[in-house]
Design a protein around this ligand. Sequence first.
Ligand SMILES: Nc1nc2c(c(=O)[nH]1)N[C@H]1C(S)=C(S)[C@@H](COP(=O)(O)OP(=O)(O)OC[C@H]3O[C@@H](n4cnc5c(=O)[nH]c(N)nc54)[C@H](O)[C@@H]3O)O[C@H]1N2
Ligand SMILES: Nc1nc2c(c(=O)[nH]1)N[C@H]1C(S)=C(S)[C@@H](COP(=O)(O)OP(=O)(O)OC[C@H]3O[C@@H](n4cnc5c(=O)[nH]c(N)nc54)[C@H](O)[C@@H]3O)O[C@H]1N2
Ligand SMILES: [Mo]
Length: 766
Amino acid sequence: MTPRETGETGAYPDLEIGHRETWAVGMPAILKSMGPALKDMGPLRTAQLLSAMNQKGGFDCMSCAWPDPDHRSPAEFCENGAKAVTWEATPVTVPARFFAENSIDDMLGISEYELGLLGRLTEPMYRAKGASHYVPVSWPAAFSLIADKLNGLSSPDEATFYTSGRTANETAFVYQLFVRAFGTNNLPDCSNMCHESTGVALGETIGVGKSTIAYDDFGKSDLIIVMGQNPGTNHPRMLTALEDAKRNGATIIGVNPLPEAGLIRYKNPQKVRGIIGRGTELADQYLQIRSGGDMALLQATSRRVLDAEAAAPGTVLDHAFISEHCSGLEEFTAHIAGLDEAAVLEATGLTTAEIDEFAARYLAADRVIITWAMGLTQQKKSVDTLKELINLLLLRGNIGKPGAGASPIRGHSNVQGDRTMGIWEQMSDKFLDDLGREFAFEPPREHGADSLATVEGLRGGAIKVFVALGGNFVSAISDTAVAEAAMRGAEMTVQISTKLNRSHAVVGDEALILPTLGRTEIDVQATGAQFLSVEDSVCAVHATHGRVAPVAPGLLSEVAIVTRLAQATLGDKYGIDWVGFERDYNIIRDHISRVVPGFESFNEDVRRKGGFILPNGPRDERRFDTATGKAMITVNDLEHLERPPGRLILQSMRSHDQFNTTIYSLNDRYRGIKNGRDVIFVNPDDITELGLSDGQRVDIFSEWPGEPDRELLGYRVVSYPTARGCAAAYYPEANVLVPLSSAALSSKTPVSKAIIVRLEPAAVRA
Ligand SMILES: Nc1nc2c(c(=O)[nH]1)N[C@H]1C(S)=C(S)[C@@H](COP(=O)(O)OP(=O)(O)OC[C@H]3O[C@@H](n4cnc5c(=O)[nH]c(N)nc54)[C@H](O)[C@@H]3O)O[C@H]1N2
Ligand SMILES: Nc1nc2c(c(=O)[nH]1)N[C@H]1C(S)=C(S)[C@@H](COP(=O)(O)OP(=O)(O)OC[C@H]3O[C@@H](n4cnc5c(=O)[nH]c(N)nc54)[C@H](O)[C@@H]3O)O[C@H]1N2
Ligand SMILES: [Mo]
C-alpha cells in the first residue's frame, strides 16, 4: 500500500488510504489468516481448530452460511473464517477486575473493536437497579432473577426474545419452545435485518423462502449472476465455487455499485497456481449499477426476453414449464410492455448497451443461477426487486432444473436453520399446531414483535424485558441513538454472549450477562460430549462438534442456559423435560423430528457423513406451495430511488476485517484502507460536483422527512470508483444515519443500503 493520505484529525489518527486491490485472496490472505491464530492460541489449539474446521466430524465455521462441497479440501476454510474462529476460540478472557474497574458508563467509551479484544466472558454478571457496575452472580441466582422478573410481568408479551443467527438448531428449537410455552411470539431475530425480504418475496412467489439450488448446481450452470453481494469478503469460499464453475464454461456477471475485488479476479489459495499466478478473471461482465437500480435492471431484462419471444414466438420462453407451473404471464407481459426505458436508465445509471449485453447473456444461457445478499435485501423496494428476480428466472424455466435457480446467500452460519426451528414472530399455524401437540400445550397464535417492533415496544413501554440469545442488537439495528434510548427504558436486559459488545453497555434498569460456550468448544453434559447441528444456505443440515477445551470451567452451553432459564421460569408447567434436554441433546432432536418437516429421522440422518439435505418443493419437483399452487409471475410497479440534488445515496456495508458488529482490525485491505474506519467512499465526479476534495473531512447528515437530520461527524472522503451518486461507509458506525421508519416495504428490514445523505465540510470543533 502506498499511502496517499494520512489523517491526523479524525477518530483514527493513523488512518491510511492506499490503493484498492483488483484481486482477492491468494498467498497474502492465507498468511494473514494464519497469523492471528498463531499469536494468541499457541500451535496446538490452532492446529486442532484449523484442521477441524468445516470437516466431517469437526465444527461448522461460524463466519457465514456458505455450504460445504461434498469433496472438501483439507483446508476447507478461508481467511475470514480463520479470523472468526480465532476471535471466538482465543484463550484470552475478560479479566475479573475489568468489571470492578469499569462502570457501565465507562464501557460505553470503549469501542466495539477494543471490547472484542478483551477476550471471552467467563462468569455471569449482574447489574442491580441503580448500580453503576456489574458484579458477579451465581448461575442459580441469575436464573431466578430473570424468572422472577418474567413471572411478574402482567403479560408474556411484555418480554421479547432476540436471536442472532449463530445459534444452532437444537438450541433454537428449545429457545422458541421456552418462549412460546412462556406465552409469547415475540421472537425477533437478525434475519429481520438481513434476508427477511428474501423470505417474503420467495415465500409469496415460489412457496419457500430458501435457495432452490444444491451446491453441485454451481458446477452445472451456464451463467451465474451475483447481485448485491461481496463474496470476496463475506463468503470467500464462494469464489472457489465460481472459479470451478468458470472452468466448466460458466459465464459470471457481477451487479454492484462497487468494483468488489473478489468478483473481479480471484487467486485460489488452495491451488499452486493461485499462490503464484495472476489468478482467474471471474466476472465476464460487471455492471456498476446505481444503488436501488436492480428492480429496473431486472424488469428491463425481462422486457428484452419478452421482446425476443415476440420476435420469434415459441422459441424463447420455457412454455412447457410456464403452462404447467406458473401463473400470471399475461398480466406480466402487458405490464412490462409499458416499461419506461428512460426511467430504467435513470434508475440503474447503466447504458442501453450494457443492459442489452446483460439480457443477451441471459438469453444465451440454458441454466442460470442468480445469487444475492444485502445489496438487494436492505432496500425500500427489496421485496418487489426479488419478485422481479424470480420473474426473470421463471420466464426461461430457470427454477427446478440442474444448474439453475434462485440462491439467496445467507449471512450468519445458522440464520436459516433458526427459522426452520421456529425462531420467527409469525410461524405458521401448522408449525404451532405440531409444536402444541408434541408438548401438550396451546402456543400463542397472535404474531409477535420483529426487530423494529421490539424497538418500538421498548420505546413506548409495552416491552419491558429484552433477552438476547447472542448478537449485538443495539449496534445491529438501525437508528442507533433511538434504539439505545429505547433499550435503556427496559426494566431488565439479558445478554447470552461469548464476548463483550456495545449491547452489554446499553442496558435496562437491571442487566445480566450470561457467558456461554462457543461452537468451537467441546460441550460435555451428563451423558457425555454433545454435538449440535446447523443448516447452510442451500438447505443442507449437518452436525457441528466442538473440538477444543472450553476457555473457562464455569461456562454453560447455550442449551444449558436456555433450558435452565426455562426450568426456573416455568417449573413443571406442561411437564416439559428441560432437564433431560440438557443431559442429552438427542432428546431435543427426537422432538424436532416430530415437529419440523424434513427432520423425520434427524438423529440418524445427522450422524451420516455430511448430514442431509432438506426437501425443497421448487428444487426437487417444481412444486410451488403458493396461494395459487403455482409459481407466481408477479406485476410490480417500478419505483426508483430519487436522489435529491446535491445529495448522495449512502450504503452501509462490511469491511474485509469485521464480522457484522465485531471488528477484527481497522483495515479493509481490498479497498485500500488501513488503521481507520471513519471513511466515506465517493465517486470522484461527485466529489468535484459537491465542491469537496479527496481526503477532506466532512460531516454526514441523513435526511428524513419531518425529522431532524441524523449526523455522523468528521468522516474522511475517499475518492473511489463507486457508481455515480452512490456513496459507501461502514456498518455499524453508519447505523446512526438510518431512520427507524426507513424500512423495506412488507419485510420491514431497515434500509441500510439506501440512506439519503448530505455532506458538508467538517465543522471545526473545539
Ligand atoms: N467476513 C465476514 N463474513 C460475513 C459477514 C461479515 O460481516 N464478515 N456477515 C455475514 C452476514 S450476517 C451477512 S448477511 C452476509 C453479508 O454479505 P454481503 O451482502 O456481501 O455484505 P455487505 O458488506 O453488506 O455487502 C453488500 C454488497 O452489496 C452491494 N450493494 C449495495 N447496494 C446495492 C444495490 O443497490 N444493488 C446492488 N446490486 N448491490 C448493492 C455493496 O456494494 C456490497 O458489495 O455476510 C456474512 N458473512
Ligand atoms: N447499517 C447496517 N446494519 C445492519 C447490516 C448492514 O449491512 N448495515 N446488516 C444486518 C445483518 S445482515 C445482520 S445479520 C445483523 C447482525 O446482527 P447480530 O447478529 O445481532 O450481530 P453480530 O454482530 O453478528 O453479533 C455479535 C455478537 O454475538 C455474540 N456471539 C458470537 N458468537 C456467539 C455464540 O456462539 N453464542 C452466543 N450466545 N453469542 C455469540 C458476541 O457477543 C458478539 O459480540 O446486523 C444488521 N445490521
Ligand atoms: Mo446477515
